[in-house]
Ligand binder design. Structure first.
Ligand code: P6P
Length: 350
């Protein structure tokens, strides 16, 4: 056990790096770690429990809510409520913010935005799913916490991470001082440091996109896909197409091996499908900290104005050289820069 470093030990060791230390981040990440272990237990035996399948409820996203979505959401809200450090939870599964009054009364300083079980439509077919979380500090401790504390630019995040429930369960997070990965050791019930100081390759040969939507893609994206498929040994093309349909799993593989993940605008998703607050921003923070790049095809994800809780955004994320190449095709095709257009008008320009 001597060379095993648990998540708790690591956070305490790194606490000095975190400007608002005093154990607050430790407790927040501990709370998230506890909930993810409980979710992991249920995900791992979902096939044996009456917990698979749909609840029959459609969530705020208009998506069929899976039973494990609800379970996961409850576990994270419960863990964050009892931890006392978080005063608001903004979840993909809840239309509005969840105010944690017990924490508010304690003057808790943090907001957690979360996608409790990303890729949940894959649960029934045993494909990896994940949790994505983003942590902000309240903008003004002198006034009650509100939605405004959630609608902060991605650059304001104090921490972000994901849990991937795959062949092993990993928690990967950043506080702005690099990215570290912890693998759950079920024999001791602890997340143990397994991937210190994670860095993504400058370039790669994997492209991840749902090509089923090809006809509706912007011209720039169509040109980039064709670029990936051209035979050119000097640039290791054609690239490999890998698309799991679970953002956390696709991004985790590309982070480790190099690659690009693109979810552009489509006919069904005129502003993109993925949510800025609890999917794009946290993953963009992580990938940038690992040396990668994340934009909406034109503008840096972390700089985007956050106008609505469940706001969506196109996302091009991964190895910087690959993201830049895709952006060049977007620029050549004259795809407009979203940052020039008020978010509410985006639909008219896509
Ligand atoms: P599509 C899962 O529903 C999710 O939000 C992401 O995890 C995933 O990358 C994407 O949607 C898949 O969407 O339209 O390709 O099925």
């Amino acid at each position: 056990m001597a060379d095993v470093k648990t998540l708790g030990q690591f956070i305490i060791e790194k606490q000095a790096d975190f400007p608002y230390a005093k154990g607050e981040l430790s407790r927040l990440l501990r709370d998230i770690g506890i909930a993810s272990k409980i979710v992991n237990r249920e995900v791992n035996k979902a096939g044996l429990m009456e917990i698979l399948g749909k609840t029959g409820v459609t969530n705020v996203q208009g998506e069929q809510q899976q039973k494990l979505d609800v379970f996961a959401n409850e576990q994270f809200v419960k863990a964050l409520s009892s931890g006392g450090e978080c005063c608001i939870v903004a979840s993909e599964e809840n239309e509005n913010i969840v105010r944690i009054d017990s924490a508010v009364s304690k003057g808790a300083k943090y907001i957690v935005a979360i996608d409790p079980l990303d890729g949940s439509s894959n649960i029934d077919v045993n494909v990896p799913v994940g949790t994505i979380f983003s942590i902000y500090r309240r903008k003004n401790l002198a006034v009650p916490a509100s939605l405004g504390d959630v609608l902060q630019r991605g650059t304001e995040q104090v921490a972000a991470g994901y849990v991937i429930y795959g062949s092993s369960t990993m928690l990967v997070y950043t506080t702005g001082k690099g990215v570290n990965g912890f693998t759950l050791d079920p024999s001791i019930g602890e997340f143990c440091l397994s991937h210190p100081d994670m860095k993504t390759p400058e370039t790669g040969t994997i492209y991840s996109i749902n090509e089923g939507n090809y006809v509706h893609f912007p011209q720039g994206v169509k040109k980039y896909i064709k670029y990936c498929q051209v035979e050119d040994t000097a640039t290791y093309r054609p690239y490999t197409s890998r698309y799991i349909g679970s953002m956390v799993a696709d991004l985790h593989r590309n982070l480790l091996k190099g690659g690009i993940f693109i979810y552009p605008v489509t006919a069904a998703a005129p502003n993109g499908k993925l949510r800025l607050v609890y999917e794009c921003n946290p993953m963009a923070f992580i990938i940038e900290q690992a040396g990668g790049r994340a934009t909406n095809g034109m503008d840096r994800i972390l700089d985007l104005e956050v106008a609505e809780l469940h706001q969506r955004s196109p996302i091009f994320i991964g190895s910087p050289a690959m993201v830049r190449q895709a952006e060049r095709f977007m620029l050549e095709a004259g795809e407009l820069s979203f940052s020039d257009i008020p978010y509410s008008l985006h639909n008219r320009f896509l």
